[in-house]
Design a protein around this ligand. Structure first.
Ligand code: MRU
Length: 361
């Protein structure tokens, strides 16, 4: 996707430098910086600290992590299995909710054989990252007719609400929730996106808004509590969000606050779609509210906020009194009944066990 008019991805392997390159998402929108990830510790830190975040790109980063773990486990051209397993199990713990992390690691591990080489591992990691990009394009193509149908009926700008960042920064290219939006915009359908700021880390205001601006898609940032009011006043035609883990009955874990948007959409008969690759479906879980692990993050994410001061310097300030109780849940679960359907690389899928199992890879 476009950054300063140049085509860019969220993660790639630089063959010249022989290193993994990612956009440091912690710094956006105030600074655009590419960082290199050279070993498993850097991969782990990047996922944990959220320099790299968003379920699919966490998966792609982890796939490169397996390549690096393999490289680091070689001694005199022999793989030390215990070292490899130890590193892999540790990578799995970087973040708990996005199942793409585990999916990517398992995908890579299943390919490893006795005679596998470092170069095999690297090409599989590249293949994984590329598949993610192609899946997002397919998600875009599957979701485009939803927007086209609404446009055909309403013949005016289509207002789409999204939460957090399920854009190309979170995937590789196109995004999941944003893929149909970019395709519709590029086709000339007038689109306007309501971007939830997405407290506490503001991925909507900092990342989704930045992406849309780079691509020229009209948008407005709103405080997280605004969606319900907009929906009641017919200012939202459609909601599309992403997911970090979806169960076989269609329960969807996504960034905290998604559930409230789904409730408001349901009450106002506004379609609420979740866009995701099948690598985000946890085929081992059924009841999402009971079983999806919800990440709790450091309270400081809630208590401190980053922005530009009057001199345009980036500053972080505390916005709450000292010594108050805080709790920082990163995700919530939207029950399947509030989800109109899933938009996947395999097409539109209803949120019921039979249909979801039918797309199992
Ligand atoms: O904590 P984050 O920023 O990794 O959470 C990301 C989200 O909730 C996204 O909506 C989700 O990963 C979908 S990514 C296409």
């Amino acid at each position: 996707m476009l950054v300063n008019g140049r085509n860019t991805r969220a993660i790639w392997f630089d063959d010249k430098k022989q290193t993994i390159q990612v956009i440091n998402q912690e710094l956006l929108p105030f600074e655009y910086k590419i960082i290199s990830l050279n070993n498993t510790q850097e991969i782990y830190n990047a996922i944990k600290n959220m320099s790299v975040r968003g379920a699919p790109v966490i998966g792609a980063t982890a796939a490169y992590g397996v390549y690096l773990a393999f490289r680091e486990s070689l001694q005199n051209n022999v793989i030390i299995e215990d070292t490899l397993i130890q590193k892999i199990e540790w990578l799995r713990t970087a973040r708990p909710t996005a199942v793409n992390l585990m999916f990517a690691i398992d995908w890579m591990m299943q390919k490893i054989k006795k005679d596998s080489t470092i170069s095999n591992l690297l090409s599989w990691a590249k293949e994984y990252a590329e598949k993610d990009v192609q899946d997002c394009l397919k998600i875009g193509k599957a979701g485009l007719p939803i927007i086209e149908n609404i446009y055909r009926k309403k013949k005016r700008t289509i207002n789409i609400l999204t939460h957090c960042n399920a854009g190309w920064l979170a995937t590789g290219e196109y995004g999941t929730a944003t893929a149909p939006i970019y395709l519709a915009h590029d086709k000339g359908i007038p689109i306007h996106v309501w971007v939830d700021e997405t407290r506490p880390r503001n991925q909507g205001a900092n990342l989704t808004a930045w992406e849309l601006q780079q691509h020229g898609v009209p948008f407005t940032i709103i405080a997280d509590n605004t969606g319900g009011h907009l929906m009641q006043n017919k200012m939202v035609d459609l909601c599309i969000v992403g997911s970090d883990r979806t169960t076989i009955n269609g329960d969807v874990a996504n960034k905290i606050g998604t559930y409230l948007k789904a409730l408001a959409a349901y009450d106002n008969q506004i379609p609420f779609y979740v866009a995701l690759p099948t690598s985000t479906i946890d085929f081992n879980l059924e009841d999402g509210v009971k079983n999806i692990p919800i990440e709790k993050r450091n309270d400081n994410e809630l208590a401190y906020i980053k922005g530009l001061d009057k001199n345009r310097e980036v500053q972080e300030i505390r916005i709450f009194p000292e010594h108050v109780n805080l709790i920082n849940y990163a995700f919530d679960v939207t029950p399947a009944k509030y989800v109109t359907a899933l938009i996947t690389e395999k097409g539109i899928v209803n949120t019921n066990i039979k249909d979801i199992l039918s797309i199992k890879p």
